[in-house]
Design a protein around this ligand. Structure first.
Ligand code: ACO
Length: 321
């Protein structure tokens, strides 16, 4: 059974942070950011907006396009590295805000590959449970909360936002998937989300360590190999390359290098990084909605979604839109 995307939606906060704005915050330049990454601006949430709020707005738009009521949903997943709380999970908060009945809800954390892992899990659950028909798969991030705004090598890269898709199964559509992780925990990580309150701990940190740490060059090399390798393995499963690639928007140069390795034309790779920066688990879902609403991808066309991120994780999903 393949998957069908019934509807997509996205939401980004109103506040735009341009490269020129960042020039006033750290020692950087529009020229450096644009040529090294392709990013021109990103959206940043105000303090009072939570990840679940971003997720909920994207979900409403996806449900509207799909013509599905919140109460019809059989599953809600949220891929995120910036949940509102340790628990309840962000998906349950979204369920409450949408008024979406009692379907199972959970968050999935695989950094920027989270949306792809979620898609595979949702496909497996819908396939196993015949009475489950409709899943809402969301990627949502408020990365502005965990970025070190004094570190120019990371703070220029990230943005906030959410994307969502309503999916069902269809025996006439195709689906193929590849994913993995290499257990590298040194080159890309965020030390802690919560403050350790355990009175028996040997030593307690004065400040919660909650900012992203990244060795850019190491992640770059991994990303190019992971993307091209994973895309090739899925192409082997389905007998060829797709008409469109919608990949994690971390750096335009990574996609150019992967396209070159695959000997695929860059025109097949959708790019919206200039507007949003790297929104981690939200990025592929935002790009999917951008593609659908702009008409860049049409019904019946073949698509690969592909991404990579902390873990170091990667994944690729193939379907016909
Ligand atoms: N402005 C100006 N100069 C800068 C900036 C900046 N914002 N950031 C770094 N530099 C400087 C460095 O200090 C360095 O200077 P030096 O040569 O004097 O030491 C120089 O620019 C080159 O730095 P590099 O890190 O080598 O630059 P590179 O070309 O590798 O680009 C980048 C850096 C954009 C981070 C790139 O390595 C990259 O995109 N890596 C992958 C990131 C990624 O994909 N992450 C995805 C996962 S995110 C997640 O999972 C949450």
């Amino acid at each position: 059974m393949g998957i069908v995307i019934k509807g997509t939606g996205m939401y980004v906060p109103d506040r735009i942070l341009t490269n020129a704005d960042l020039e006033k915050m750290v020692e950087t330049s529009d020229e450096w950011i644009t040529t090294r990454t392709g990013i021109k601006e990103r959206h940043i949430a105000d303090r009072e907006i939570a990840t679940s709020d971003l997720a909920c707005e994207a979900a409403k738009r996806a449900l509207e396009m799909a013509g599905v009521e919140p109460g019809e949903l059989d599953l809600i997943t949220v891929a995120t590295v910036t949940p509102d709380k340790m628990f309840p999970n962000t998906a349950a908060l979204v369920q409450r805000k949408l008024g979406a009945g009692n379907c199972p809800c959970f968050d999935l954390e695989a950094a920027c590959s989270g949306l792809l892992y979620s898609l595979e899990v949702a496909h497996s659950i819908l396939s196993a449970k015949k009475n489950y028909k409709k899943a809402l798969v969301i990627g949502a991030e408020k990365l502005s909360s965990i970025v070190d705004w004094t570190d120019r090598s990371t703070c220029v890269l990230f943005g906030d936002g959410a994307g969502a898709a309503v999916i069902t199964l269809d025996e006439n559509s195709r689906y193929a998937f590849d994913c993995g992780a290499d257990g590298n925990t040194e080159v890309l990580y965020c030390p802690k989300f919560y403050h350790n309150t355990n009175p028996f701990a040997a030593s307690l940190p004065e400040q919660p360590e909650q900012q992203v740490k990244m060795e850019g060059r190491a992640v770059y090399s991994f990303a190019v190999q992971a993307l091209s390798g994973s895309i090739r393995r899925v192409a082997d499963q389905v007998g060829g390359y797709p008409e469109h690639y919608i990949c994690h928007q971390a750096n335009a140069r990574i996609l150019q290098a992967a396209a070159k390795q695959l000997k695929e034309p860059m025109e097949k790779f959708f790019l919206d990084i200039a507007k949003y920066g790297n929104t981690s688990a939200a990025s592929i879902a935002i790009a999917l909605d951008d593609c659908v609403r702009s008409g860049a991808v049409k019904r019946g066309e073949s698509v690969m979604l592909s991404g990579f991120g902390g873990g170091l994780s990667y994944g690729t999903a193939y379907f016909t839109f």
